[in-house]
Design a protein around this ligand. Sequence first.
Ligand SMILES: [Zn+2]
Length: 254
Amino acid sequence: MNKCQECGRNDNFNYCKPCNSVHFRNNFIHWTSGDSNLDKLIQNSQLNATIRLDIIEWIEYSNLENIELIAHGGFGSVYKAIWKDGPIVRGQAWDLNKSEWKRENKEEVAVKKFQNVTIFSSDFLNEVNSNLKMNNKNGGFETIRIYGVTRDPQNGEYAIVTEFKNGGNLRKMIKENYSNLTWENILEILNRISEGLDSVHESKCYHKDLHSGNILNKIYSDNTIGGSVISDFGLCCPMDQSSTDKTLYGSVRK
Ligand SMILES: [Zn+2]
């Protein structure tokens, strides 16, 4: 057990829920998504978090730079960007001297913009909520890690901000790296897909839209391939809930 540097209580893997929830609460007056349901979802994640993966944040659009289109899909478009502040660091994250979060700075992220989602949308909230649930289920390892939500002030469209996987989707990655793929890579990718699906099902949810366009991969600096994650939780729903009325958007194409 570690002790929180701020209050001296034992904390959970360096995350002190009582202290951190106060810091988040004190900041609620400084931001709003413009939608009370979305505000509530973000605020609840921050008040109830017991590890940093439980947190999503409202990310000001002005905090994103070098925004670059990477793919169009039926739902909208996916961009790559730099999140200037970056996510809150692991461990003792509150800077006692500066009274602010310590952050990782300049994180490469994916920004998934939803066309015409400019007002409250239950589908949008569902995607944010399901993605967040997966974050804390598997430690953000086998499903795409969500960082938060933003909104483009130019057209008012909401967007989900997640980690960025430079290898792209499975279809694209295999096409471009066929000669580099080893059996070890293939087995690792398959293993992570099955672990990711296992997490979804353990959360008593169905993904309902799993295909090669929704498996994202990483290519490391030495050209090895890995870090595969399941993404796109737009149709994800609890096992006891029908989603037959939902529209299938199809896969993302470059
Ligand atoms: Zn504390």
